[in-house]
Ligand binder design. Structure first.
Ligand code: ADP
Length: 414
């Protein structure tokens, strides 16, 4: 089945075209036919498409909205200029959408119909920054491909539906949960499902035999405790703001700071929320950038004190979460790093793990330094009680596979 995977942002559209079916899934023989993105939709849009073993295609076009971007993509895919092995749009058999928030209603991937659309609309309240964009992507794909092509929603929150109530509830008045659904939802669930699946594939262990602490460290960062194949705790909460230090988000902080700073600086609460989301984290502490690669360069080349401080805060918070999840699961078999920082920044991985030796987590310096740039592998020292892995994440692949499973009615396997 040829599945178009879409991830719609406010002015962006990332896509992948994946060929997969039951047999390909079993043999991990899914084929990536194309991947790429549209940026600055609404103005002079920049697009890039990469097809395996072909030169990168880049260009610009004035595309007014997501629908125009999808039309542009589809007509390119079906054109003679495209080396993608499909000859007409009719060969796209299903669409899988990344949807940020499924609220308490969507605990698994679902086929999109009017009722599901209404359900996603109802969760806008919980994810005002993300779900409206995901909906734009769904509407645009429906419009471009017609109602006959099945569309499936895969939710970032769904993997965390197994959180026990002591992990998902906040110690706040219980009515807030009852009336307003104030609870921990957690995000990055598709990424966690993928890395846990890869770990089981590598080790041959069953779901029940594994206790994993996974860290997804990208622009957004979170940690997850996966016990017996299911998420039992995760660091992001009601929104993706809680938990680890991120590129521009603060992660954990004392909520009393909000009123204090609001009264000192004259900010409104939306302004403070904007600062916590967009001007905090690595950017806020360093005063330089939200980009870990640049911070590492600043630290190495100029000995920048604030860059170092930001990286230290980042690593320290991650280390505390690893410690916390070791306690939550009474130990772990493996720590897994994923996301742009987790997959590439070996020195950050080393700083996170430094101090966890007592708990049985010991890195091998050479393995750690060599496992970068998309490589997958173990980076712990021989004899380390806890394995440490780098597993480049692949959310799009899981979205494609879920789409096929939902369309064909196959029970979820990973
Ligand atoms: P997103 O969450 O938007 O998908 P990514 O997973 O691509 O983001 O992660 C982006 C982060 O990864 C940035 O902080 C970037 O600096 C960092 N990163 C990417 N490559 C490297 C590298 N080689 N060294 C250090 N950090 C890196």
């Amino acid at each position: 089945m040829n599945v178009l995977v879409l991830n719609a942002g406010s002015s962006t559209l990332k896509f992948q075209l994946v060929r997969t079916d039951e047999e390909r899934m079993l043999n991990a023989a899914d084929e990536r036919l194309a991947r790429g993105q549209y940026e600055r939709i609404g103005g002079e849009t920049i697009y890039s498409v990469s097809v395996p073993n072909e030169p990168l295609v880049r260009g610009t076009a004035p595309l007014r909205d997501h629908r125009a971007a999808i039309d542009h993509l589809l007509s390119w895919l079906a054109s003679d200029a495209s080396p993608v092995p499909i000859s007409s749009i009719a060969q796209i058999e299903a669409v899988g959408h990344r949807v940020t928030h499924g609220g308490e209603r969507f605990w698994r991937s679902v086929r999109i119909d009017d009722d599901v659309l209404r359900g996603i609309e109802e969760t806008i309240d919980l994810a005002p920054l993300h779900n409206p964009n995901n909906l734009k992507g769904i509407q645009a794909a429906r419009g471009a491909l017609g109602p006959g092509i099945p569309q499936v929603a895969v939710f970032d929150t769904a993997f965390h539906h197994t959180l026990p109530d002591h992990a998902y509830l906040y110690a706040l008045p219980y009515q807030w949960y009852r009336r307003h659904r104030v609870r921990r939802y957690g995000f990055h669930g598709t990424s966690y499902r993928y890395v846990a699946y890869r770990y089981r594939t590598h080790t041959g262990r069953t779901r029940e035999q594994t206790r994993i602490i996974a860290l997804h460290l990208g622009n957004g960062c979170s940690a997850c405790a996966i016990d017996g194949g299911v998420s039992i705790d995760t660091s992001m909460g009601f929104t993706p703001l809680e938990g680890l230090v991120m590129g521009t988000r603060s992660g954990d902080m004392d909520p009393a700071i909000i009123d204090h700073v609001a009264s000192k600086e004259g900010y409104s609460s939306p302004e403070i929320e904007g600062i916590l989301n967009k001007q905090s984290g690595l950017l806020g502490v360093s005063g330089l950038t939200n980009d870990m690669r640049e911070l590492l360069a600043e630290e190495a080349e100029h000995g920048d004190r604030r860059a170092r401080l930001a990286i230290e805060l980042f690593a320290y918070r991650a280390r505390k979460y690893i410690g916390g999840y070791l306690a939550a699961m009474n130990g772990a078999d493996a720590v897994i790093f994923a996301g742009g920082i987790g997959e590439n920044a070996s020195s950050v991985r080393a700083r996170i793990c430094d101090g966890l030796q007592w708990m049985g987590i010991e890195l091998d310096t050479e393995r750690n330094e060599q496992t970068v740039g998309g490589k997958e592998g173990r980076i712990d020292r021989d004899g380390s009680r806890v394995e440490v892995w780098v597993i480049p994440t692949d959310e799009e692949l899981l979205i494609a596979r879920d789409t096929v499973r939902v369309v064909l009615g196959i029970e979820h396997q990973s």
